[in-house]
Design a binder for this molecule. Structure first.
Ligand SMILES: Nc1ncnc2c1ncn2[C@@H]1O[C@H](COP(=O)(O)OP(=O)(O)OP(=O)(O)O)[C@@H](O)[C@H]1O
Ligand SMILES: [Mg+2]
Length: 468
């Protein structure tokens, strides 16, 4: 009987075995499903001292200094006055707080800015109300001014980032998130009504009227969800309340279709015309989902945007995208699968990106994780499995292009930390990538640990029986 040849267990071979064998799971934190508590340890019910509350109210009121009807020079000086007022409140007031009070200020400020914007957005008239009014031009003009005022209020988040030095984590994250997803749409919501207010006779054209209707209905619905989704993150409150999945994510899907000129087919019916590529959405989810509805729109928007934006940046034709919304294979989770015909996650680019970061750590004497050790060892790089990259690519700032690298990180924190669900990235062997989200079908009466268990069970079932 021949015996197997003895292979010396060199250090690199041991690494490879660890990568491919069982112990691998233990070596990569978070690669296996292990949703943690929210990274920021947010206090859920914030006790806000009176002076902090006053200070934040004072900041929001600064937005009223701006008068859109004033002359250009007057508006310039109003903007200066807002800046001076804001700077003095932050520098002379908030920055003098001890760390604990500052943390409360930071969170309360972000929450108040976002909720002020969200309620202002909800108060705006809808398309039908504008058209039915006695003077649509005047109503559209007020609409545009209200959005301009909102842009001033959200400008406080951005100013805060530059004045708060190394403090103010929540405000800074909210500023980044806001500009990442909402800013362009906000400007559209200001400019389109403004344009029609000045050119009201354009509403005689069916196509132009449709464009206005789209902005005021779908555009506004999308921005409102972005605001409410970020508000849930700032509050760290992701209650598992029932919602209708198709209804909630539809504005995000339409926003992408409109932005990139993609057709949208929903269960075989074309609901948006476009010629650059097609989003095919198959919806097979009869009941309710549980979670924070608005934040799902944020996630889905970012996941569909990735392959489309990736193709545009590399001057490739825009890829088709398939969305399947339904149930996990065991029926205990909602499953959202976004599969694209794009380039797929480029392991070369990811390797380059993360190797650079690992080398920097090595050179500055910081300890390396196991995966970073493999990255700096050239012979090891090709053995690193995709799932290790899939984990790294969800870290904030892990963009390989000119993006900010917020999209996947946002998706992972909302799904895994906020909802005890799971997000999984896949590369198709031939072309394209896919991202799957699992969201436990459980309401608020189910505690976090049990929700995590539902997700784990669904992932395990899917491993054994395949996706449905
Ligand atoms: N569907 C996809 N196909 C191919 N690569 C992808 C896909 N989704 C994400 N990636 C890769 O993952 C990286 C991180 O994605 P993420 O959404 O976090 O940031 P980004 O898209 O680069 O920037 P941002 O979202 O801020 O615009 C991307 O830079 C890209 O390399
Ligand atoms: Mg992205």
């Amino acid at each position: 009987m021949s015996t197997a040849p003895q292979i010396p267990l060199t250090a690199p071979l041991a690494k490879v075995l660890r990568l491919h064998g069982e112990p691998f799971a233990d070596l990569l934190q978070n690669t296996e499903f292990a949703p943690g508590e929210p990274v920021h340890g947010f206090a859920v019910d914030l006790e806000v001292p009176e002076n902090v509350r006053d200070m934040v109210d004072h900041i929001i009121q600064l937005g009223d200094i701006y008068n859109p009807l004033a002359s250009f020079e007057e508006r310039e000086s109003q903007i200066d006055a807002i800046e001076v007022g804001f700077k003095s409140i932050i520098r002379d007031g908030a920055m003098q707080f001890d760390d604990e009070t500052f943390a409360i200020f930071d969170r309360h400020f972000a929450i108040e800015v976002l909720s002020t914007l969200s309620s202002a957005m909800k108060r705006l008239p809808d398309f039908d109300a504008v058209m039915a009014s006695a003077d649509p031009a005047a109503v559209l003009s007020e609409y545009s001014e209200s959005i301009q005022w909102q842009l001033h209020v959200c400008g406080f988040l951005q100013r805060f980032s530059s004045h708060a030095e190394d403090r103010g984590e929540v405000g800074k994250i909210m500023a980044e998130n806001f500009f990442h997803d909402a800013f362009g749409y906000y400007c559209d919501l200001r400019d389109t009504p403004g344009y029609f207010a000045r050119n009201i006779d354009r509403l005689n054209s069916v196509d132009e009227t449709r464009a206005l209707k789209f902005r005021l209905e779908e555009g506004r619905a999308f921005v409102t969800r972005i605001l409410d989704g970020n508000l849930a993150i700032a509050r760290d409150k992701f209650e598992a309340v029932p919602f209708d999945l198709a209804e909630e994510i539809s504005p995000a899907v339409l926003a992408i279709a409109a932005r990139f000129g993609l057709a949208l087919k929903q269960n075989g019916v074309e609901v948006y015309e476009g010629s650059n590529a097609t989003i095919t959405w198959t919806h097979d989810h009869a009941g309710k989902c549980y979670g924070n509805a608005a934040s799902m729109a944020l996630v889905v928007y970012n996941l569909i945007k990735n392959p489309v934006k990736g193709a545009r940046m590399s001057c490739n034709p825009l890829p088709d995208v398939k969305i399947s919304t339904g149930y996990s294979s065991d029926g205990r989770c909602t499953s959202i699968l976004i599969r694209d015909e794009g380039l797929g996650f480029s392991l070369d680019e990811l390797r380059k990106k993360f190797t650079g970061a690992a080398l920097e750590k090595l050179n500055s004497g910081q300890p390396l994780s196991f995966i970073e050790e493999c990255l700096v060892d050239e012979a090891m790089q090709e053995h690193i499995p995709f799932k290790a990259y899939a984990d790294l690519v969800c870290n904030r700032g892990a963009s390989t292009g000119s993006g900010t690298g917020i999209g996947l990180h946002l998706a992972r924190s909302i799904i895994e930390e906020g909802h005890q669900g799971a997000i999984r990235l896949y590369n198709h062997p031939e072309s394209g990538a896919a991202v799957q989200i699992l969201l436990p079908l459980a309401d608020n009466s189910v505690d976090k640990e049990s929700r995590k268990q539902i997700t784990r069970d669904s992932l395990q079932h899917q491993l054994e029986y395949g996706m449905r």
